[in-house]
Design a protein around this ligand. Sequence first.
Ligand code: KIV
Ligand code: NA
Length: 275
Amino acid sequence: GQRITTGRLQALKGERPVVGLTAYTTPIARLLDPHVDFLLVGDSLGMVLYGMDSTLGVTLEMMIAHGRAVMRGAAQACVIVDMPFGSYEESPARAFANAARLMAETGCSGVKLEGGAEMAETVRFLVSRGIPVMGHIGLTPQAVNTLGGYRARGRSEAEAQKIAADAAAIAGAGACALVIEGTMEPLAREISGALPVPTIGIGASPACDGQILVSDDMLGLFGDFRPRFVKRYARLDEAVSEAAASYAAEVRARTFPGPEHVFTAPARRDTGSGA
Ligand code: KIV
Ligand code: NA
């Protein structure tokens, strides 16, 4: 079949909800691919896969390696790769050089970057030079140090107005879609109604044109911390713990490996040639 393009994603607005999930590896990409419109190789991988306490330490090399892995497993989904912190903020030219590396070295369909009006010039620069861009506004985790934590955005009228202006600026600069993260429902609804491109919500209410979740959250791979907006569709944490406990118990009891797991040499025939 044909891979969904960023143009097709954009055209889904008003037609049907856009479905996204994160993927970081080939086997997970292969499993999710038939079910989604796009797979995001999110810089959340720094926290989810590498145990970092923010996304700030994620490098372009990490994004390229995981982008390549996901592309090997994705046949039909549009694959978008996050630009990591420090790879695009300084200038449009630097953003282009790094986005071009992501595109060329992974084969992905587009990149995502965080930010509002201050990034509009960069979005326009990339899009006009052949790089589809997905925006990301509201709660932007790469700005955790200036925004002060991961609380939901758009509570105050001033903050809501700024985020609405950011959304309009990024869409106006040519972004194919816009992730809205951790944002109050009325604001997400207002932005979704105003923009010509699909909004993709995560913790931003059903008023968005589509939704995305971090797959590891949705699959229940973490027991400890679960934000309000995450719904667990599976409990892989329990499945993994139970599997590991069973394996350990069977090795200790010498019931694994069983006869069916053993390579047995063909029975030796007595040739009668011996003494
Ligand atoms: O990095 C990520 O997984 C993301 C999604 C939460 C939108 O940016
Ligand atoms: Na991200």
